[in-house]
Design a protein around this ligand. Structure first.
Ligand code: LMR
Length: 397
């Protein structure tokens, strides 16, 4: 038979946790696996701003015909302004343009194929560790994937090692950087660190590909864009992958963008022609609904204000959960050992728990997290932090 030789691959380690969690009948279970925001009821709410925009679309949308290869033009303009800043010179000079993609993952896939096709011979450098799909998406596009150190075995950010390796990267290679809220670790670079990275990127003539999946979840919508804007202002060419999954709560609607910054408007048009061509062969044209929602929100002052407040509420709740967990660990004598959880940014924490401890947490306490020791802080529940701390203490001592 045709399929006889086909074997089975293991399920996705992050998405697979959703199924395992769903099957667990323990009423006190914790879902700290996949990166989705949850409220204290354990629900991933649809923001009010999104609901209002959807209502408006239902009433006012007149067609479902295809949108072009770059997607909704209004979405492209508005997401570029959100990422690069409303007053960005790049936008004014028509040196930046967004191609709408199915989620941030679609933007990464589009970047990977673009690099493989239009920049042959360039390798891609990823942080160690990084989001597992970064590893596979570039490899599947046929690119050589290498790593720069990021977090050491002692579960600390190692900027010196990162910079030392970046200084050896072959000229012209692509370096993937996490704009903020590093996935999986939650350890972010300081502004001084970013300036040092920029200097090496410049010296080695590297092409930065900045993954920006968590705008608004670190220090704020504007603050989180600081490094992206630094690079975009200082360098002639930058790629940015932006995701609206988390900050708009549009996970399943798949909204993202690949934003290209080029040396001039003419070159941007050349690059965008390649992207449209590549996208046509990947997904033809992107899904519309989520991007139309984003464009409706960002294009309306009142909805944008409401949305910004909703993002800020999610952000500050995650920050409170971080400090709350460290406090809850204090009676167990573990506040210092896990102090980094309070200092990390975004949804994720590299807890420093080993794969064996993660397994114990799951089997003994129905706490689900990725075997690397990554916990989704945004999946915690403020009313049960003491219970979670007790479980962590049980496997840590
Ligand atoms: C995660 O890392 O959990 C999120 O980015 C969701 C995903 O697609 O893996």
């Amino acid at each position: 038979m045709h399929f006889d030789a086909i074997g089975r691959v293991p399920g996705d380690p992050i998405l697979g946790l959703m199924d395992l969690y769903a099957q667990d009948t323990n009423p006190n279970k914790f879902d700290l696996g996949v990166g989705v925001y949850k409220d204290d009821q354990g629900l991933t709410p649809i923001p009010h701003s999104v609901k209002l925009a959807e209502q408006r679309l239902v009433e006012q949308q007149t067609t479902k015909t295809y949108i072009g290869g770059h997607g909704d033009a209004a979405f492209g303009t508005l997401i570029s302004a959100l990422v690069l800043g409303a007053d960005s010179a790049l936008i004014r000079e028509r040196r930046a343009g967004a191609t709408q993609t199915p989620g941030g993952t679609g933007a990464l896939r589009l970047s990977a194929d673009f690099i493989a096709h239009s920049l042959p011979g360039r390798g891609v450098w990823l942080s160690n560790p990084t989001w597992p799909i970064h590893e596979t998406i570039f490899a599947k596009a046929g690119l050589k994937v290498s790593h720069y150190p990021y977090v050491g075995a002692d579960n600390r950010l190692d900027v010196a090692a990162m910079l030392a390796t970046l200084a050896t990267v072959p000229k012209g290679d692509v370096v993937l950087l996490h704009a903020c809220c590093h996935n999986p670790t939650g350890f972010d670079l300081s502004q001084d660190d970013w300036r040092e990275v920029l200097q090496i990127v410049r010296e080695r003539q590297l092409l930065p590909l900045i993954d920006f999946a968590y705008q608004g979840f670190g220090d704020g919508l504007e603050q989180d864009a600081w490094a992206v804007r630094l690079f975009a202002a200082a360098l002639p060419e930058v790629l940015v992958t932006s995701s609206c999954s988390k900050n708009f709560g549009l996970y399943r609607d798949r909204v993202g963008a690949l934003i290209v910054c080029a040396a001039n408007a003419e070159k941007l048009t050349d690059v965008r022609s390649q992207l449209a061509n590549t996208a046509r062969n990947l997904w033809s044209t992107p899904p519309d609904h989520g991007a139309a929602v984003v464009a409706t929100i960002l294009g309306d002052a009142e909805l944008k204000k409401l949305w910004s407040e909703e993002v800020e509420a999610m952000r500050s709740r995650i920050a409170q959960l971080r400090s709350g967990l460290v406090e809850a660990l204090a009676p167990h004598g573990l506040a210092e050992r896990f102090a980094h959880i309070g200092a990390q940014r975004g949804m994720f924490s590299y807890t420093g728990l080993s794969a064996a401890q993660v397994q114990q947490l799951r089997e003994k306490h129905s706490v689900y997290m990725v075997s690397s020791g990554r916990a989704n802080v945004a999946g915690m529940d403020a009313t049960r932090l003491a219970l979670l701390a007790q479980a962590i203490a049980d496997v840590s001592n």
